[in-house]
Design a protein around this ligand. Structure first.
Ligand SMILES: Cc1cc2nc3c(=O)[nH]c(=O)nc-3n(C[C@H](O)[C@H](O)[C@H](O)COP(=O)(O)OP(=O)(O)OC[C@H]3O[C@@H](n4cnc5c(N)ncnc54)[C@H](O)[C@@H]3O)c2cc1C
Length: 90
């Protein structure tokens, strides 16, 4: 082994990222909660987000990633299943 590294997964309750503005904090835009798939998803979704910032128009594909899909008063929601289980063959 030559080198190794570790990092934290920012995992959302439904394992989907949070991309866009939120009504909870005016002027705040976010792209996080990638749930271990940020390298895969971020380039495309952030391009859509940048287009939304510039045009004011939300791309339909971003709807399912709206940060406000979670209730603001829920501080922590624990996933009911093992994070890695979804990688297993079905
Ligand atoms: C071990 C591991 C394996 C992974 N494997 C995969 C994979 O195979 N495929 C995949 O798609 N994804 C994978 N991911 C997930 C992917 O790496 C992340 O989802 C992605 O890097 C998130 O990108 P980001 O730009 O949102 O955040 P980050 O890459 O975390 O970038 C955030 C940046 O902000 C900086 N920062 C933080 N706080 C401040 C501050 N206050 N001021 C200024 N700068 C600040 C940080 O230094 C950092 O450079 C893996 C993650 C880990 C940890």
């Amino acid at each position: 082994m030559i080198r190794q590294w570790a990092g934290m997964y920012d995992v959302s309750p439904d394992h989907l990222p949070l991309v866009g503005p939120t009504q909870q904090l005016g002027g705040w835009w976010q792209a996080n909660g990638w749930s271990g798939r940020g390298m895969l998803l971020a380039p495309y979704l952030v391009e859509l987000l940048a287009t939304e910032v510039a045009s004011g128009q939300r791309h339909p594909r971003l709807q399912m990633f709206a940060p406000d899909r979670f209730a603001p008063d829920v501080a922590t929601v624990e996933s009911a299943h093992d994070y890695y289980a979804r990688y297993a063959a079905r």
